[in-house]
Ligand binder design. Structure first.
Ligand code: HEC
Length: 191
């Protein structure tokens, strides 16, 4: 039997002798949200605040690597970020990745989004609203998207309602996105 706690510890018990077999800090940050043994009982799977599941061989829990050590962007300290990055971390990063692979998020990756037609990523299940749209994402259209809110700018989209009221917040967000989403062929000087 295994238990996980709010401080990231996993404890494994031998249910014959009711003794503790191992007790280790598996998540360096945050709680253990989910725990399961594999069907054959050989692996212990665990989930914490990262968006992936970790697995360890039950026989060898002493020699494990703990879960990811990077702090997810949405938990970073606000004062360590520019206003644009803070906007993204608070309002977008839960659903959007910036990396080419896109992670496993509810929304499509925003990697190389500038100059891209809406709904154009082959592997993402867009709504028909986005695939049928002729919007091209750039400074103006992304600004407009959050001036009006997705429900007005692209009615019928799966993206939830959200307006960013302060013009400076939208300018900073777009500036941040321009550098953070730049494709490899650019050198950060894209417009
Ligand atoms: C709760 C989840 C969620 C949040 C938060 C969110 N989005 Fe989205 N976003 C989506 C989804 C889902 C789609 C795909 C919509 C569709 O297919 O209709 C999307 C689509 C997009 C697109 C179009 C991408 C493309 O390939 O056409 C852009 C640009 C975008 N979001 C930017 C943002 C920005 C910037 C923020 C933060 C200010 C944000 N989103 C916040 C879920 C989210």
């Amino acid at each position: 039997m295994a238990t996980g706690d709010g401080h990231g510890y996993i404890t494994v018990f031998d249910t014959k002798s009711w003794s503790i077999e191992s007790d280790f800090k598996a998540a360096l940050k945050g709680p253990i949200w989910a725990l399961a043994f594999s069907k054959d009982g050989e692996l212990l799977h665990a989930g914490g605040i990262e968006d992936i599941v970790y697995s360890w061989p039950v026989e060898d829990l002493g020699a494990f690597d703990p879960m990811a050590q990077e702090t997810p962007q949405f938990l970073r300290k606000p004062e360590e970020m520019t206003n644009g990055e803070r906007q993204f971390a608070r309002k977008c990063s839960i659903c959007h990745a910036l990396s080419p692979d896109g992670g496993r998020k509810a929304g499509p990756t925003l990697h190389a989004v500038f100059g891209r037609r809406a709904g154009a990523l082959p592997d993402y299940p867009y709504s028909e609203t986005l695939t049928g749209s002729d919007i091209v994402w750039n400074e103006e259209t992304i600004d407009q998207l959050f001036l009006d809110g997705p429900d007005h700018f692209i009615p019928g989209s799966k993206m939830p309602m959200q307006v960013i009221a302060r013009p400076q917040d939208r300018i900073d967000l777009v500036d941040y996105l321009k550098s953070a989403t730049a494709g490899q062929e650019t050198n950060g000087e894209t417009q």
